[in-house]
Design a protein. Structure first.
Length: 232
């Protein structure tokens, strides 16, 4: 395993009223640096939910879906630049590529440049797919396929996929292994159907795990942590 894509939610960065908590930035930077030290090439797709989530509960009024998704994509860019700034202060070479350009600081995603730069830099993908109606999970699946990753890592607050909410039901069952077909048919909502379908078509395995465990990313790659592997 040499190249992986990490899907990280915007909510991961949040702590109470703080949009981005320093302890979470430090945690993710240390884990990513550990991967680079072991010669892994890593791309990151970051969500924007700590800044904005579409729907009435964010602004108190219904917002047009296209506009809400544009705001959400802008939020992912803010998070990507925050991650990049923190990583750089720690000596971790990092580049941000956007679905749309933002001057020279954030060039537009071009696969040939990403495949070149990922050999020497952590690559953060911002702006989702660049289109409304597609989640950052779908963006993660798309970028993972484009950059020829061997594994898509979905970081969450729970240790895998359950048949029902483990926070509400004591008898919730966790799955160690699922097929793409099972995940789609049972409508497990840990990722959206479009992301699952993309991974299934391109035979890209997905591993879902708890990012708050110690050394979670490296242990997830090595299957040394509880989680759910979704594959053929």
């Amino acid at each position: 395993m040499q190249r992986v894509l990490l899907k990280l939610s915007g909510e991961y960065l949040q702590e109470g009223a703080a949009v981005c908590a320093s302890q979470h930035l430090q945690n993710i930077q240390e884990q990513v640096a550990q991967l680079r030290h072991h010669n892994f090439e890593i791309g990151i797709v970051i969500g924007g939910g700590n800044i904005f989530r579409g729907g009435k509960h964010t602004l108190g009024v219904d917002v047009d879906r296209c506009l809400a998704d544009q705001i959400g994509m802008a939020a992912t860019l803010v998070n990507a630049l925050i991650l990049q700034a923190y990583f750089l202060t720690k000596g971790l070479p990092t580049k941000v590529y956007g679905a749309q350009a933002l001057d020279s600081q954030v060039p537009t995603f071009q696969i040939e440049n990403v495949r070149r730069d990922i050999k020497t830099h952590v690559i953060i993908f911002a702006g989702g797919t660049g289109h409304p109606f597609f989640s950052t999970d779908t963006a993660a699946a798309l970028r993972a396929i484009e950059m020829q990753a061997q594994l898509l890592l979905k970081a969450t607050k729970v240790d895998g996929v359950y048949d029902k909410d483990p926070k509400k039901y004591d008898d919730a069952k966790r799955f160690d292994l699922l097929t793409y077909h099972e995940a789609l048919a049972k409508q497990y909502r840990v990722m959206d159907a479009c992301a699952f379908a993309l991974c299934m078509e391109h035979k890209l395995p997905i591993f879902i795990f708890n990012i708050f465990e110690k050394d979670a990313i490296m242990r997830a790659i090595n299957k040394q942590i509880k989680g759910t592997l979704i594959t053929e």
